[in-house]
Design a protein around this ligand. Structure first.
Ligand code: ASP
Length: 359
């Protein structure tokens, strides 16, 4: 599905080279202790797929689909479907950890670079493949977001069965969580943002996160993205994370590149982080620089006392993954030196190190 407006990668490379001269100072990130170079062989004109660390099978499947001549959007959705149906991945689709009431509510979104269209579902229940429903929202409605019951009814209209997504493993994890709840959970009384007594036992770093994001460039050079998740484990029913929100949990511009995220969704929602990354790449940042920039932005904007450690650093994590039109990939996270993400080009699949702000 090449479009007339799709510029060549060579053209993008020229633009990037020119822009990066001016961007050298903008890209500096004083907190960075761990910018990493990655080992992915660069293939300026080949197809490319990236995903979060849990998507090694997904990037391989997406690459197979791309090699058969399919559009990048079909490829990334086919890739993440493997994770959505996997009962052992407790962060996505079937087997995902439920909300505080023990109900699995899923979020997903897609963006199609060549046509600039997007679709998403949030808080959808009983539907195993929310990414497929998000794609149908893109293709078969004039809307972008459908939530809750409306999203489920739309899926039923298109022939999706309603299934029980709560596996025994996820149910038992929920029961354990509920039985060990602290008396200071995330239902907060009125308070000032810097009140240290609020959320003293909240410990955001101990919450269970997980999601799959996948972006790809197909044989025609077109880019698309998907993010799908069961969201924050044991969330307040009705909570919508960043994954189904265009610009937060994912963003894609066919002329520039794509970005996606996992981790504390609230930080992305407050900072439009995936959109920010794509705009930084447009201005000349490499994917890794742009991802680090988004980590910096989140760190600068985190003011709630219960989200900061004793050094004033965010005490939670967010990971970003990005690729650009030139076929470069990169990623970063706020905390930790051992983060990785999955990538695949026509040579094979690779794990790529994430840069980081804080050890
Ligand atoms: N970002 C997702 C959310 O906040 C969760 C995750 O990636 O772990 O819903």
């Amino acid at each position: 599905m090449a479009t007339k407006r799709s510029s060549s990668r060579r053209q993008f490379l020229k633009t990037t080279a020119a822009a990066s001269v001016g961007a050298a100072t903008l890209g500096s990130a004083p907190r960075v202790v761990g910018a990493r170079s990655h080992g992915l062989p660069q293939q300026a004109d080949g197809p490319l797929v990236i995903s979060s660390r849990n998507g090694m099978n997904a990037v391989e499947r997406a690459m197979e689909v791309i090699k058969s001549g399919a559009d990048a959007l079909d490829a990334v959705v086919a890739g993440v479907n493997l994770v959505e149906e996997d009962p052992n991945d407790t962060s996505v689709g079937y087997g995902g950890l439920p909300n505080a009431d023990g109900v699995v509510q899923l979020d997903a979104a897609v963006i199609h670079g060549p046509t600039g269209r997007a679709g998403s579902v949030a808080c959808i229940e009983g539907i195993k493949y929310p990414s497929k429903v998000a794609k149908l929202v893109l293709e078969r409605t004039d809307h972008v977001n459908l939530v809750g019951k409306g999203a489920q009814e739309f899926a039923i209209m298109h022939g999706f069965p309603v299934e029980n997504l709560l596996t025994e493993r996820a149910r038992l994890a929920w029961v354990r969580w509920r039985e060990n709840l602290s008396n200071r959970d995330e239902y907060l009384p009125p308070h000032e943002a810097d009140d240290p007594s609020i959320g003293a036992d909240y410990e955001p770093q101990h919450r269970t996160w997980g999601t799959i994001h996948c972006s790809a460039i197909d044989l025609a050079g077109n880019i698309s993205s998907v993010t799908t998740t069961s969201g924050l484990a044991f969330k307040i029913p009705g909570r919508v994370g960043d994954s189904p929100i265009i610009g937060a949990g994912l963003y894609c511009d066919n002329e520039v590149g794509a970005a996606g995220s996992t981790g504390r969704g609230e930080a992305n929602l407050e900072n439009c982080a995936s959109f920010l990354i794509v705009e930084r790449m447009r201005a000349g940042d490499s994917p890794e620089q742009a991802c680090l920039y988004a980590c910096e932005r989140i760190a600068d904007h985190t003011r709630k006392a219960y989200l900061l450690n004793e050094r004033g650093e965010p005490d939670f994590n967010v990971q970003f993954y990005a690729l650009n039109k030139a076929g470069e990939v990169g990623g970063a996270q706020i905390r930790g030196e051992n983060g990785q993400f999955a990538a695949c080009n026509s040579e094979g699949s690779f794990l790529v190190d994430l840069a980081y702000l804080y050890k």
